[in-house]
Design a protein around this ligand. Structure first.
Ligand SMILES: [Zn+2]
Length: 544
């Protein structure tokens, strides 16, 4: 069924049409101003619970106030309580002892460890190692890596990503695309459900989608979680990652071959392997309670103010950490000062509209995304406006800093009725909608739209295109590849000399048109039939 197409403002009427609001737009200059402030060394990488993070919160809050956005419930801030846990590298050790030898990977180079319970200050645990393949229990496709084996009280070794689809089942686990079963967060969640004592994920660059350095940066420093609720299963005592090299050496202590086991794990009917290897792991950690914040501002709708479109982008990054080439500030300029700058400029443009949009727009600069989407998770656990009254959620993570493109990628357009709005406006702007450029890495599960999606709210994650106007074919792909290899989650994610912001303006143009179309209509877009989050949406809409 085609949705009724709502026209917020005639496309050919941008200038001088009496009685029609002009198309709102942002300027490259305002985007640059926000980006340069947030990505500067003075903001210390915007770490949650650190002064740089607090400075970012205040900068965003002050802009919301300046632009006239409303504070919901009297405050622009939503508290995000977290437990912080810092493993002590000098105390951490992991030893594998088999019948043919013993190996102990070097901490940080071959292994990173954390207490699974972020409130634990010391873990010292020895037990047998079970190789559980991909560590997946997916009843809907008849796949259970834990069938016939009891891993309670044991260590499990888990492969990253989900199994490659065999020729006879090309769409199993999403084909080449990663499903949620491939995400490391799922692996630890399943380990908890299975009652494992320890859970070790094997890192491989290609299926993980990032090099070991990203694991090291992300997992060796302070780890955060929302406080455990009584409803959640207790996590494994010790969780961590081992490098591919360390995993090979570990299995070899029992005469086992990693590649052989991995090949077995990719086949239906795989049975987990009790290796006979004893693992002894220990880590001491310092814990603290940390409060960070989401920064939230409301553009109140003029006609249906209690119906909300959410606009999100995370302001946090890794703060100050291990120096690389003498630089210890993880500026996160592209990830994600750029996205924050974009939603700030869009908030300004939306609040300048007269009359305001018919529906409300709630702008949320989320905290602690880099710590596991915690700000977005917190919002979904304690929404400031009802999720059932939330029309859609639109997220940015990494805005365009390399110039105009002929294309755009919009995660979620193919899964939801929001796709109608995206396709119409993209076509109008001459933007070709490209599929996910790298389906195997599971980008869909890795930014702040995902907690909303999992809760049932139709969500879009707009990612700028990679076919740059005036650049040779392939330039965008090589730029992305170089960024991922060299700068992603590294101190070198800084503003580049070749950056320009015409593409950010273009990106905001598309998003503002989609938002205003959604604001003008009175329809409630849903997930498409067969989508895993549709049931949650149907239930919340029925309960209104
Ligand atoms: Zn990001």
């Amino acid at each position: 069924m085609r949705l009724t197409w709502p026209v917020a403002f005639p496309a050919l009427c941008a200038v001088g049409c009496a009685g029609e609001a002009a198309t709102p737009t942002i300027s490259a200059d305002e985007f640059a101003t926000h980006l340069e402030v947030l990505a500067s060394d003075a903001y210390l990488g915007r770490g949650p619970g650190h002064p740089g993070g607090d400075m970012a919160v205040e900068y965003i809050r002050a802009r919301f106030e300046e632009y006239g956005l409303e504070a919901v419930g009297g405050s622009y801030l939503q508290a995000v309580p977290m437990v912080g846990n810092t493993p002590d590298a000098s105390s951490a050790s992991l030893v594998f002892e088999g019948t043919r030898g013993t190996t102990a990977p070097t901490y940080l180079d071959g292994v990173v460890l954390n207490p699974g319970d972020r409130e634990a200050t010391a873990v010292d645990a020895s037990a047998e190692l079970v190789f559980v393949g991909y560590g997946i229990d997916a009843p809907e496709v008849g796949w259970n890596d834990f069938a016939g084996v009891d891993v309670r009280g044991k260590y499990i070794m888990i492969l990253v990503n989900d199994p490659p689809a065999p020729p006879e089942e090309p769409s199993l686990f999403g084909g080449i695309a990663m499903t949620y079963y491939g995400r490391w967060t799922y692996k630890y969640e399943e380990a908890a459900r299975q009652g494992a004592l320890g859970a070790l994920i094997v890192h491989e660059t290609e299926p993980a989608g990032y090099p070991w350095s990203v694991v090291r940066t992300g997992f060796a420093g302070e780890q955060f979680a929302l406080p455990l609720s009584a409803a959640q299963p207790r996590p494994a005592g010790l969780i961590g990652w081992v490098s591919l090299y360390a995993a090979r050496a570990a299995l070899a202590t029992a005469g086992l071959d990693y590649d052989v086991l991995k090949a077995q794990a990719a086949r239906r009917g795989f049975t987990a392997v009790e290796t006979g290897i004893t693992v002894s792991g220990s880590v001491v950690a310092a814990t603290r309670r940390v409060d960070t914040q989401n920064v939230v501002g409301l553009v109140r709708g003029s006609e249906r103010p209690d119906e909300y479109i959410l606009l999100t982008s995370h302001y946090d990054h890794f703060g100050v950490g291990a120096p690389v080439d003498g630089d210890s500030i993880y500026n996160g300029a592209y990830d994600n000062a750029s996205g924050t700058a974009l939603i700030l400029a869009m908030a300004r443009a939306l609040s300048d509209l007269d009359p305001p949009p018919a529906r409300s727009v709630l702008v949320i600069a989320t905290g602690a995304e880099e710590r596991g989407l915690l700000g977005a998770e917190r919002y979904v656990q304690a929404p400031l406006v009802p999720l059932a009254q939330t029309v859609a959620e639109i997220n940015f993570d990494e805005a365009n800093v390399w110039g105009e493109t002929t294309d755009v990628t919009v995660f979620g357009e193919e899964r939801t009725e929001l796709g109608v709005y995206v396709r119409e406006r993209a076509a109008e702007l001459g933007l070709t909608i490209m599929p996910d450029p790298n389906p195997p890495v599971g980008t869909y599960f890795r930014s702040d739209h995902f907690p909303f999606a999992r809760a049932g709210v139709p969500s879009l994650y707009i990612v700028h295109g990679w076919d740059f106007v005036g650049r040779p074919s392939g330039w965008g792909d090589s730029t992305r590849t170089a960024y991922t290899a060299n700068d992603y989650h590294q101190p070198s994610d800084e503003i580049g000399p070749d950056w320009n912001y015409t593409g950010a303006v273009q990106e905001a143009d598309l998003a503002l048109r989609i938002i205003l179309d959604l604001a003008a209509t009175d329809t409630w877009p849903n997930w498409l039939e067969g989508q895993e989050f549709k049931a949650a949406r149907d239930a919340m809409r029925e309960s209104r």
